[in-house]
Design a protein around this ligand. Structure first.
Ligand SMILES: NC(=O)c1ccc[n+]([C@@H]2O[C@H](COP(=O)([O-])OP(=O)(O)OC[C@H]3O[C@@H](n4cnc5c(N)ncnc54)[C@H](O)[C@@H]3O)[C@@H](O)[C@H]2O)c1
Length: 423
């Protein structure tokens, strides 16, 4: 099997004068591979076997973050995976189950283990970028979006690190700040006449600064204007700090470069920006706080056609470390069908791009032109497959309209078509 693929790669290699005649592209430094769960794990296995390892000789620092192995290792495997990404600077992660009560029963878990993503995000202290792949023949739910919209999401604090509590009886709630110098300050937040709920969220100036730097860097790299949107008219302390830090970073470190590149940076109100984005043709970087980015990047992903078409990467603020992963979860609904023996049509594109973008970052760090060209060829073959009208079920209505019945391939058939176009 390898020699058959080696021939393919030789032909592919000859198309570019940069390529040597070796049968596989050699990669000196490792990538960290983080395995996961359910349908996405099966898709990853097929991508590795058919689209990556027949063409690329790369050492893998492998971590099995499936829910069963996280349970067996008391989640040590997630900590090890996060440390390995920081060491090797490139990680490719499969989607993983974040357990709830039902999953605890299903897998007989000793604890409701947290998602490895949170651990990795905190370790990288970076920004999550999401961007849709645009295909000529895929009709978008928002037809005016002809250029990409890159979503930059802060990945520290806010609701994801916050505390929420239930108020069971008439009570008063306070925010108390106990400073290290022994001083104390308390603010009454609300007085309850009956039952209710409360939540406290937090953030740090350092983390906001890292986030801002990542966003300015990405805007320059992609030559896109940057908008940072908050609700600063309402959250006059919280969102004000975000705005102040973004402005400070811009004035001190990026204004000259932005002016030189003829790019703009604007602070916007989130509701105004959401309305503007719908009317726009795309072609900008939209930076958001964590929860806003979580919600709006799904809205934008779906607006471009399908969540299965999104590229997703986590970038450290210095741009050196990148972890890529599919933009969707483990697609449990399809996995249940697979468990019954039904052939599924799950879109593997976001997973293919997780691999291509991970390899691209390795190529950039190592100055490996062959690897860079291969990763771009893999993306081109994937886009070509869709533009030849060969799609999975989720995309069929976007390509064929209401008459899409039977005009789609299974996941394996789609991957096989990509392999043919890599020849
Ligand atoms: N980054 C991650 O690791 C991550 C992210 C989200 C969810 N999850 C986990 O994934 C599991 C399933 O979560 P979920 O069902 O809410 O989200 P999901 O993204 O796996 O699927 C939601 C729905 O979106 C559609 N969909 C998603 N990806 C698709 C694809 N590639 N092709 C076709 N259709 C697709 C399907 O209709 C699916 O039922 C949960 O255990 C959750 O914790 C993991």
């Amino acid at each position: 099997m390898f020699s058959k693929h080696a021939n393919r790669i030789n032909r592919f290699v000859c198309a570019s004068k940069h390529y040597a005649t070796q049968s596989k592209i050699l990669v000196d430094k490792p990538i960290v591979e983080i395995d996961g769960d359910e349908m996405t794990k099966l898709i990853f296995d097929e991508i590795k076997a058919k689209l990556v390892f027949p063409f690329v000789e790369v050492k893998r620092d492998y971590y099995d973050c499936s829910i069963t192995n996280r349970n067996q290792t008391q989640n040590q495997v997630s900590r090890d995976a996060a440390a390995a990404i920081l060491k090797h600077n490139v990680g490719v992660k499969c989607s993983t189950i974040t357990p709830d009560e039902e999953r605890v029963k299903e897998f007989n878990l000793t604890q409701m283990w947290p998602s490895p993503n949170g651990m990795i995000r905190n370790a990288l202290n970076g920004t999550q970028f999401r961007e849709s792949i645009i295909f000529k023949n895929v009709n978008k739910y928002v037809p005016g979006w002809t250029k990409p919209i890159i979503m930059g999401r802060h990945t520290f604090g806010d609701q994801y690190g916050g505390k929420d509590v239930t108020i069971k009886k008439p009570s008063k709630i306070f925010i108390t700040i106990k400073s290290d110098d022994g001083t104390e300050d308390s603010v009454e937040a609300f007085s309850y006449k009956g039952k209710g709920v409360a939540m406290l969220t937090f953030n740090t100036e350092d983390s906001i600064r890292s986030f801002a730097v990542s966003c300015f860097r990405m805007a320059l790299e992609r030559n896109y204007p940057l908008y940072f949107a908050t609700k600063s008219t309402l959250l006059k302390q919280y969102d004000k700090l975000f705005n102040e830090v973004f402005l400070d970073v811009y004035e001190k470190d990026f204004k000259t470069q932005f002016e030189h590149a003829n790019l703009t940076f604007e602070l916007r109100l989130i509701d105004d920006m959401a309305a503007q984005a719908m009317k726009s043709s795309g072609g900008f970087l939209w930076a958001l706080k964590s929860y806003d980015g979580d919600v709006l990047s799904d809205v934008v992903g779906q607006g471009f056609g399908s969540m299965g078409l999104m590229i997703h990467s986590l970038v450290s603020h210095d741009g050196k470390t990148v972890m890529t992963e599919p933009a969707h979860g483990t697609v449990t609904r399809h996995y249940r069908e697979h468990q019954k023996g039904v052939t599924t049509s799950t879109n593997p594109i976001s997973s293919i791009f997780a691999w291509s973008r991970g390899l691209q970052h390795r190529a950039k760090l190592d100055g490996n032109a062959q690897l860079e060209n291969f990763s771009k060829a893999l993306e081109k073959a994937t886009v070509g497959t869709v533009e030849d009208g060969l799609v999975t079920k989720d995309l069929a209505p976007c390509v064929y309209g209401k008459e899409f019945k039977d005009k789609f391939l299974s996941t394996s058939e789609f991957i096989d078509e990509v392999v043919k176009r890599l020849k």
